[in-house]
Design a protein around this ligand. Structure first.
Ligand SMILES: NC(=O)c1ccc[n+]([C@@H]2O[C@H](COP(=O)([O-])OP(=O)(O)OC[C@H]3O[C@@H](n4cnc5c(N)ncnc54)[C@H](O)[C@@H]3O)[C@@H](O)[C@H]2O)c1
Length: 326
């Protein structure tokens, strides 16, 4: 299979630190150009990248060699940059979340559908071999009837915030840590189960001066009666964990240590060997395949929208104190 020709947009944070090296590991895509709106970032990254940068986003979209755009930019501009790219016939890959609201997600999904281009959303955690195995084990009844899912995802990123950053502000990062971290676990729950029906949440501030909340607790009711809870903060040490509890046992997965453990009906643990892969390179590999073959990505517009619908409902529930039906 030939390599798809892609351009990377937004290299200041995650884009330069994680996406760029992951692209280098990926055999289905070739980086042919790139762009960042901050000239200092362009100068900083220039020596590391063989491909030439574009002088503007418009210039990048004018480049006929570029088939797909990979957006690693602030969430509040996902819609605008996607609509522009789709309008110029470019396939689009967006870091999670698809957008800050369902309305924005719908607009950018429609733009991609109208243009007939691929849209892929970077919900990477479900791609971990341990998550694939957890889903298989639940399906095989290894823990009996599923009763509840529990996830936690936090790190101390909030301590580094200042008022020049988009993450500081509620309008650019509604949901705070839920938007940045918890959304990964929301997608994990949609992957394991799906069919969310209603959401109840609380949010809180304790120590930071930023506008966004620092702590979120979310409860999701799924259509089969299973309840899921997602907790996260932007102020406590790194932890990324999900567990599935059933009538005859439970399974826990710690993403940071890549340890998957099955507990039997007596609570006796059995650690299960799982492979560790570069989740981002795996996502980009699929994007390249989708561009070349026309296949649909695993996490496209509908999956990105489903995660944001839960996030948006949680933010509304936290604000109003009421349960929100999806
Ligand atoms: N998958 C993950 O675990 C993960 C982790 C961190 C961030 N992210 C996602 O990555 C995205 C970017 O986050 P970040 O932490 O890198 O943010 P950041 O603020 O550190 O970097 C964003 C970059 O985008 C550039 N930029 C801003 N507006 C632009 C525009 N109009 N055109 C081109 N470039 C522009 C900025 O100059 C900056 O270099 C967000 O969607 C975020 O949710 C995902």
């Amino acid at each position: 299979m030939r390599k798809a020709k892609v351009a990377l947009v937004g290299l200041g944070g995650w884009g330069g630190e994680q996406s760029l090296p992951a692209l280098g590991e990926c055999e289905t895509v070739e980086l042919v150009s790139w762009y960042d709106a901050n000239p200092a970032i362009v100068e900083d990254r220039r020596p590391m990248i063989a491909a030439p940068p574009a002088g503007s986003y418009d210039e990048l979209l004018d480049n006929e060699e570029v088939e797909g755009i990979i957006l690693i930019v602030p969430n509040h501009i996902h819609k605008q940059l996607t609509v522009q790219a789709a309008g110029r016939g470019k396939h689009v890959w967006i870091e999670k979340p698809i957008a800050n609201t369902v309305a924005e997600a719908d607009d950018l999904i429609s733009a991609c559908e109208d243009a007939g281009v691929i849209l892929q959303i970077g919900h990477s955690l479900r791609r971990a071999p341990a998550m694939r195995l957890m889903k298989k084990m639940i399906g095989e009844g290894k823990i009996g009837e599923l009763a509840t899912l529990e996830a936690h995802q936090s790190h101390r990123g909030g301590w580094a915030l200042d008022s020049t950053m988009w993450r500081w502000y509620r309008d650019r990062c509604p949901g705070g840590p839920l938007n940045l971290l918890g959304i990964h676990q929301i997608d994990n729950m949609n992957y394991l189960l799906g069919g969310a029906e209603e959401v109840t949440a609380m949010a809180s501030k304790r120590v930071l001066e930023c506008e966004i909340d620092e702590i979120f607790q979310v409860v999701i009711r799924f259509s089969n009666g299973v309840l899921g809870s997602v907790s996260d903060t932007y102020i406590t040490p790194g932890k990324t964990f999900i567990a599935a509890y059933g009538t005859t046992g439970w399974i826990e997965y710690n993403s940071l240590t890549n340890v998957l453990t099955l507990f039997d009906i007596e609570g006796v643990p059995q650690q299960i060997e799982v492979e560790k892969i570069n989740l981002i390179a795996d996502e980009f590999k699929e994007f390249g395949e989708c561009i070349v073959t026309g296949k649909r990505p695993e996490t496209g517009g509908p999956e990105g929208r489903a995660a944001v619908a839960i996030m948006e409902a949680a933010i509304e529930s936290a604000r109003t104190g009421k349960t929100v039906k999806l």
